[in-house]
Design a binder for this molecule. Structure first.
Ligand code: HGY
Ligand code: MN
Ligand code: MN
Length: 400
């Protein structure tokens, strides 16, 4: 818990926790983590995209590894457990093995990805996709809000765009990936359970929308002659909510909006906003996206504003491996707890790693199900339980 507090002190925004991909705070957190890993006896490397990898060697040198980890980037004004818990839980479990010179018939690599939230750049899962071997070089040219390209930020961080291919693991090098993560929802708390096992991760689509109207004088342009980009966007935002409410299992969110020129006495000329659509069923997510696109186009036509919509992120619904689900369930039972299977509404690096090897996720109860909020909290007891379960899982893991 102290380590999670120590990591939380590294933020890009004073007074709150915001740790963006390739930022100074990300660099500091990666270096602290690398130090803890070295002290625990792991061989540490930082890959071309800034992922910290700590390897605990097997009894058989060079053996394939079980990957344990999560992400150390955060949303804006974040909680301190989303992501970091999975990295620290993995580190503490391996530290326990290392302390007792206990080796397993496979290696363990604790990984800390740097771009799961996708807050700084209009892309996400870049580091985990690179490790899984399907990094799209085109994203090196996407820029953050200050116009800094991912390539430039990566070089400034000390990463190496030319070495990205070397960050990829082959299927033979890994057995599976296990991610411990706070639930970020209320299910475990309402079931009075410390942990749960994830069955599948909801599919996600993220859209960038631009509405172009006409800036004008707030005092002189009659209402009927306006092409107000913000009132059009506002109607579109409500359409997003209406569509999500009409389709079972679908959630949709407009989390970010920018108004231009954003002056008290100027009719907004243009607006940019994001849409995040999710569902356990990809067909439902597609239906929602189609209906949202149709509705927003109609609103744009009625209001005579221009509209552009582009997809900035896409990840299909991702099933966890039944073998991992069973193995995690067995470890939970071993510690005397009932096993609760549940889907994940939140996205995770595990979605990217699922393209490389079998994945499993262990959810940890979080207070009130609150996350993406500084009130995010877990108990010391539940943190202890999740590491004990992880250790039991590791000691009984049979490479598949
Ligand atoms: O958006 C998500 O679901 C994750 O927290 N990045
Ligand atoms: Mn997360
Ligand atoms: Mn998150």
């Amino acid at each position: 818990m102290e380590r999670l507090d120590a990591l939380a002190r590294h933020s890009d925004e004073p007074g709150k926790l915001t740790r963006l991909y390739l930022s100074a705070a990300h660099k500091a957190a990666a270096e602290i983590l690398a130090g803890w890993m070295r002290e625990a006896g792991l061989a540490v490397s930082i890959d071309a995209l800034g992922t910290v990898v700590g390897r605990y060697e097997s009894a058989i040198p060079g053996a394939p590894a079980l990957l344990l980890g999560s992400h150390i980037d955060t949303v804006r004004d974040a909680g301190r457990y989303d992501g970091a818990l999975g990295v620290i839980a993995g580190l503490v479990a391996v530290e326990e093995l290392s302390k007792h010179r206990e080796t397993l018939p496979f290696a363990i690599e604790v990984v800390a990805f740097g771009d799961e939230e996708g807050v700084r750049f209009p892309t996400t899962l870049t580091s985990s996709r690179a490790l899984a071997g399907y990094f799209d070089p085109a994203i090196l040219d996407v820029c953050d809000a200050d116009g800094v390209s991912l390539r430039k930020a990566l070089i400034a961080f000390g990463g190496d765009p030319a070495a990205i291919a070397r960050a990829a693991k082959s299927r033979e090098e890994v057995h599976a990936y296990i991610e411990v993560h706070i639930e970020q929802g209320p299910v475990l708390e309402s079931a009075n359970l410390p942990v749960g096992v994830v069955t599948a991760i909801n599919g996600i689509r993220r859209l960038a929308v631009a509405v172009i109207g006409e800036a004008g004088h707030a005092g002189t342009v009659p209402m009927r002659l306006r092409r107000d980009a913000l009132t059009a966007a506002a109607e579109m935002v409500l359409a997003v909510e209406r569509v999500a409410n009409s389709l079972p299992g679908v959630v949709a969110t407009v989390g970010r909006m920018e108004v231009f020129p954003s002056a008290v006495n100027v009719i907004p000329g243009s607006v940019q906003f994001t849409i995040d659509v999710r569902s356990p069923e990809d067909t439902q997510r597609d239906a929602a996206t189609e209906e949202i696109t149709r509705s927003t186009r109609k609103i744009a036509a009625d209001r005579q504003v221009e509209l552009s919509i582009s997809t900035t992120h896409e990840a299909p619904a991702t099933a966890c491996s039944p073998v991992m689900i069973d193995a995690l369930s067995r470890a939970i039972k071993q510690l005397g707890f009932a096993t609760r299977l549940l889907p994940s509404g939140a996205g995770h690096d595990a979605m990217a790693i699922a393209q490389l090897c079998p994945i499993g996720m262990l959810f940890v109860r979080c207070a009130g199900g609150i996350s993406h909020n500084p009130k995010e909290a877990i108990s010391l007891q539940d943190a202890d339980i999740c590491v004990r379960i992880l250790l039991d899982f590791l000691r009984n893991f049979k490479p598949i």
